[in-house]
Ligand binder design. Sequence first.
Ligand code: PBG
Length: 332
Amino acid sequence: MAADHLITPTPDFRFRRLRRTAALRDLVRQTHLRVEDLILPLFIEEDISEAVAISSMPGVYRYPEKDLADIVRKAAALGIRAIILFGVSHHKDDCGSDSWQEDGLMARMIRTAKTAAPDMVVISDNCFCEYTDHGHCGVIAGDDVDNDATLANLARQSVVAAQAGADMIAPSGMMDGMISAIRAGLDDAGFSHIPVMSYSTKFASAFYGPFRDAVDSTFKGTRESYQMDPGNAREALAESLQDEAEGADLLMVKPGTAYLDVIADIRAHSERPLAVYHVSGEYAMIKAGAAAGVIDEKAIVLETMTAFKRAGCDLIITYYAEDIARWLASER
Ligand code: PBG
């Protein structure tokens, strides 16, 4: 950032004057983390009776569908205002058709969550990888995902999610044109009031490893033909701006910690609210470091979240949402 608008301090200016007491530091802190910034991801599995612990992500579970209402009410009681739902399907096929059935897992999760906590912002993760038997984020043609065939399915799936009561549609599959297709589908079905949060800049990242355990993925391939190359900063901006032009109401960068430059760049070029996804591998690394006794978990988490906001994010999707809500409440 150019510093030419700043007053040049005198050579003997003392920065430490405003660092002297906790009250002074609080008074001049620029970046604040609020419970309203947080979105809690939830993994819901059909046809199981007990929660399944995810070994690589201590504290995170695949919950049975019957527990969803309780989990959502518990999150609401902590002050969490938004959740994003991931289904773990037992009805997988080659195109992920369960995800657009009116009584499929995705629709049922949304209805259950909205009924349990009507004021909760219920966000639907709209993708196919948890509903396809091959684990890719769309329809396969030859040895790759067929972009345009997937778009039609995404539009159907999004309309079903909106009919079930989703407050926001969040497509994560990185198909070209996905925002236009979903927007048109929603508008045609009478859902022009439902916003779309695009996973607009999503990298093909090694940080998603534990998520694949979390959703019990059988996926063995790579998503490099649709997710972004971690080396590409210009493309990262272009892809978010493309989604904005297609009508995305909110943009997203994923993962977070390794991509703060990308967050800052999108923030500088868009007026849309911006989310970051603090992904499974980022969570797992902090947990592992804390378990090894080499880092202070709470301090590291709060510093990381503050860095996301400082870089320019408004919203943070994180598996730490419940812990952060408790920590923030205890500091009041
Ligand atoms: C796929 C999807 C992924 C995540 C959310 N939705 C990852 C992937 O590409 O396999 C990752 C979330 C995480 O790692 O926490 N649509």
